[in-house]
Write a protein that binds this ligand. Structure first.
Ligand SMILES: C[S@@+](CC[C@H](N)C(=O)[O-])C[C@H]1O[C@@H](n2cnc3c(N)ncnc32)[C@H](O)[C@@H]1O
Length: 290
C-alpha cells in the first residue's frame, strides 16, 4: 500500500497530533468518539507514531487526546448550529490537516472548503479527496487570496481547530479583521488557551513530537480583548472546551475530572465564536459589540 509523507519538523506535521488523538480516543473512549477514518488515514501515512502513541497511552497524554477529539466535536456542534439557519452555507475548515469534519456535519445542501498548505492538500487529495459540494484548497491563510475561493452567497461558517496557536497575534488580528470585512453575517469558531497553556503546549506536545522548529505564539487571557479588534464583530462568546457542548466531566474518572477543572481555570481552554456584522447594519464605534 502506498504511504503518504508529512514533512517533519514543520507546522504541517502538527496535524498528526489531533489525527492520532482522534484514533486513540476512538479506541479508548468508544462510547464518546467513533472515528474509523482516523485509523484508515494514520495507516496510510509513512509516519512513525510509536513515540506519540506511547505518550498518548499515559494519563496526561490520554487527556491531551481527549482534548483534541472533543475539540472536533465542539466545532462540529457550532457548524451544525450555524447550518440550522443557513443550510446552504459555505463550511470552511481553516488549517484542515486531515480532519474530516465536513463529512460529519454535511446536511446535503451546504458546501465544504478545506484549506491548508499545498503539501498537506496534496496528501489530503489522495486520502480525503473532495466529495460532491466540497473543495480542497491549497493556500497560506496569511495570504488573503484564499478568500476568493469561498462562495459565501448563502452564508459562511469558518472553523479552525488547533491552528491559530502557530500564528503571531498580529497575523490573527489581521486575518480576523479581513474576514469580518469580506464575509458579513458569517461566523468564525476556533479554540484558544491562555499563555500558560501555550507554554505547556510547546513543552509537551511539540517538544515530545520532535517538532522543535515550530513555535506556538497566539494565546488569549480574556476574550474581551477580541472585541476591540474590529468594528465588524457583532458578537464574541466563549464556551468551555471540555464542558460547553457536552459535559465530559460526567463521562470520565476523577483524575480527568480534575484535569478538566484545571483546563478551564488554569489554562483557560475555550472555544470562541465570533459573529460578523451583517452587511446592511451600520457599524457602531469600536468595542461596542455585545
Ligand atoms: C494542529 S494542525 C490541526 C489540523 C486540523 N485542524 C485538525 O484538527 O486535525 C494545524 C494545521 O494548520 C495548518 N496551518 C498552520 N498555519 C497555516 C497557514 N498559515 N496556512 C494554511 N494552513 C496552516 C497546518 O498545516 C496544519 O495542518
Amino acid at each position: 500500500m502506498k504511504k503518504y509523507h508529512i514533512e517533519k519538523n514543520s507546522v504541517q506535521e502538527t496535524l498528526i497530533i489531533p489525527l492520532f488523538g482522534r484514533l486513540v480516543c476512538s479506541e479508548r473512549f468508544p462510547q464518546l468518539f467513533s472515528d474509523p477514518e482516523a485509523k484508515r488515514i494514520c495507516d496510510a501515512l509513512d509516519y512513525d507514531a510509536s513515540a506519540m502513541r506511547k505518550k498518548m497511552e499515559s494519563p496526561a497524554g490520554l487527556f491531551g487526546a481527549l482534548e483534541v477529539a472533543q475539540r472536533q466535536y465542539d466545532l462540529g456542534c457550532e457548524v451544525e448550529s450555524y447550518l440550522k439557519t443557513h443550510p446552504k452555507a459555505a463550511v470552511v475548515n481553516l488549517g484542515c490537516g486531515l480532519d474530516d469534519t465536513f463529512r460529519k456535519v454535511d446536511n446535503g445542501r451546504c458546501r465544504g472548503y478545506n484549506l491548508d498548505f499545498p503539501d498537506v492538500i496534496a496528501v489530503r487529495n489522495e486520502l480525503l479527496p473532495a466529495g460532491e459540494r466540497e473543495k480542497n484548497v491549497a493556500c497560506d491563510l496569511n495570504d488573503f487570496a484564499w478568500m476568493d475561493a469561498v462562495d459565501a452567497t448563502d452564508g459562511a461558517v469558518f472553523y479552525a481547530a488547533g491552528v491559530f496557536y502557530y500564528f503571531q497575534t498580529e497575523q490573527v488580528k489581521a486575518l480576523f479583521a479581513a474576514m469580518a470585512e469580506r464575509f458579513p453575517g458569517a461566523a468564525l469558531v476556533f479554540d484558544v488557551c491562555n499563555e500558560r497553556g501555550a507554554r505547556l503546549m510547546r513543552k509537551t506536545w511539540l517538544k515530545e513530537a520532535g517538532i522543535t522548529d515550530v513555535r506556538a505564539f497566539f494565546s488569549l487571557e480574556d476574550e474581551a480583548a477580541l472585541r476591540g479588534w474590529s468594528n465588524r464583530f457583532a458578537s464574541v462568546r466563549t464556551k468551555s472546551y471540555m464542558r460547553g457542548y457536552r459535559d465530559l466531566a460526567r463521562e470520565v474518572g476523577p483524575l480527568y475530572r480534575l484535569l478538566i477543572r484545571l483546563s478551564d481555570s488554569l489554562v483557560r481552554m475555550k472555544i470562541v465564536r465570533i459573529g460578523f456584522r451583517e452587511a446592511a447594519a451600520s457599524a457602531p464605534a469600536r468595542g461596542a459589540g455585545e
